[in-house]
Design a protein. Structure first.
Length: 259
């Protein structure tokens, strides 16, 4: 049990400090300079074998970290692609066959998965969901926000009357940008201000990809992919300067929701 806890700790530390290569981090940093802090270290090959069964404890720890996030009444939802190969899949790419999907984002077509996430207005992680790349962004919304109340900001891809009504019955007011064929809607000054600050979640996605490197094409197994995603999200919860909405007065922006 202790060996598994040490392995999980090393996996998370690897993401927190932003080391680009796990093998180098383990052999050149942990093994050479921190053996006193991690007694009973094992070889790298054995370490990788133990790391392969770390998905369940890492999932539970991520859930624990998200439970510590503050319920501020103002949240943002978005999805971002997680590509598992640089180009669209070839017949030789079999690692994620039957799991990954071919989807389309604002930057074009991709093959892989989607990370759906909800953060509060100070950048803290509230909930996450992993799906295939061709999954409809609106399907996991009700589960993602089932414990939340207040206002939820999203892009026009979440705009659907039925979903809007379901969320309202749950105590959540969904605010989205408008599609071209939608009629103008009456919105308060604060609502228009909040929608301008929805890009907060895009800053979070950029941090996850470019600093923590949650997206890359070197995965050789499903467990390797899940370990990377989980440890990156856990490391993000420890990140000291998360993106946040500045200049937002919650007392004016939030109103009671009556289902």
């Amino acid at each position: 049990m202790i060996l598994h806890q040490i392995s999980n700790c090393i996996l998370i530390l690897h993401q927190i400090i932003g080391a680009p290569n796990l093998k180098h981090f383990y052999q050149k940093i942990i093994w050479q300079y921190h053996r006193r802090e991690f007694p009973g270290l094992i070889s790298y090959s054995r370490f990788i074998g133990i790391a392969a069964i770390a998905v369940v404890p890492l999932t539970l720890y991520l859930r624990f970290r998200m439970e510590m996030s503050r319920h501020t009444g103002l949240s943002v939802i978005d999805s971002t692609p997680l590509r598992v190969c640089m180009n669209l899949p070839s017949p030789r790419h079999q690692v994620f066959k039957g799991l990954a999907g071919r989807g389309k984002s604002s930057t074009g077509w991709f093959y892989g998965f989607k990370l759906h996430l909800v953060i509060n207005h100070v950048g803290e992680l509230m909930n996450v969901f992993i799906s295939a790349g061709n999954h409809d962004d609106r399907k996991p919304v009700l589960d993602l926000v089932r414990k939340l109340k207040g206002k939820l900001l999203g892009d026009k891809g979440y705009s659907k009357k039925k979903l809007l009504q379901q969320l309202m019955a749950q105590g959540v007011q969904l605010l989205t940008t408008l599609k071209k064929n939608m009629k103008p809607q009456q919105r308060t000054f604060f609502d228009r201000l909040l929608l301008r600050k929805r890009s907060l979640v895009e800053t979070t996605n950029d941090l996850l990809k470019n600093y923590f490197q949650i997206e890359h094409s070197r995965h050789r197994s499903v467990t390797g992919l899940m370990n990377t995603i989980l440890t990156v999200l856990i490391a993000y919860t420890f990140y000291p300067t998360k993106p946040e909405m500045r200049g937002v007065v919650l007392q004016g922006a939030l109103v009671p929701i009556t289902p």
